[in-house]
Design a protein. Sequence first.
Length: 306
Amino acid sequence: MDNINLTTKLGRLKLKNPVLVASGTFGYGEEYSQFLNLNELGGIVTKSVTLNPTAGNPPPRLAETPAGLLNCIGLENPGVDVFIKEKLPFLRKFNTRIIVNIAGGEKSDYIELTEVLNKKEGIDALEINVSCPNVKTGGYNLGINPKEVYSLTKSLKKITNLPLIVKLTPNVTDITETAKAAEDGGAEALSLINTLLGMAIDISTQKPKLSNITGGLSGPAIRPVAVRMVWQVAQKIKIPLIGMGGIMGSEDALEFVLAGASAIAIGTANFVDPKTPIKVIEGIKCYLKEKGINNFQDLIGKVKTE
Ligand SMILES: Cc1cc2nc3c(=O)[nH]c(=O)nc-3n(C[C@H](O)[C@H](O)[C@H](O)COP(=O)(O)O)c2cc1C
């Protein structure tokens, strides 16, 4: 089993295995470090970090739906200064890739965040969250506009040598347009998908189940949509993809890989079983062994569509 090579590449970023944890579902690793060995992960993507501390939306911020989770956390985080002082030193202790996810209200916020994080040791890449369905104002949703995605990516590329991973929103008509825009702007890889905009109503109170009225849907309910989007994007662009959306186990992860993902991220499943990422790594290894494939990278995009 040990001759199986699980390494994968996201542009210049090399991962020891293709399993990451998705932004916002793993905090900054501290709580989860009690349940699993963080050194075993391909990488950790942090909760979105903003320039200033953000309280997020008031409760209720979570609602379960059939095979899914609706959330309107609203980018709650301690802000970039506290992140650097208190969270980054902990993350740096581990032998895994640290990908810092950043979010802003305006383009200038992303630029400032990138300038600040650029100077810090121990960051392997930046993931740019260009949309958050739970935050109402303008800039937070620039990810639906290909021109804005291109312009933001290009501006950030000019000021950093860190690999840029643009995280795409599924709340668009054609996700290949924003994917292409990010690639043209200089993204080294893409993450997809963020949550799908949704809504649930409590019929006894006749009120929305979330304080923000609408929220982002994640979990198994969105997986077929996410796999479809990864496959569509993989047909159109050359840079590597990180696939996510409802991965609960290795079989789900493998669907994304066959569709064209070079790495995958575990999100909502971390709330159900914090050991999911480790189980997915093992499951991918077993599958490769069964199929007689020695290198994980040989499986990427190998769905048989003809
Ligand atoms: C509670 C919660 C909080 C999230 N917070 C963020 C965030 O801060 N930034 C971000 O880019 N994505 C965030 N996401 C989106 C996830 O990273 C992921 O893209 C999405 O949930 C789909 O994967 P999943 O179905 O495996 O959870 C969040 C998702 C959940 C469920």
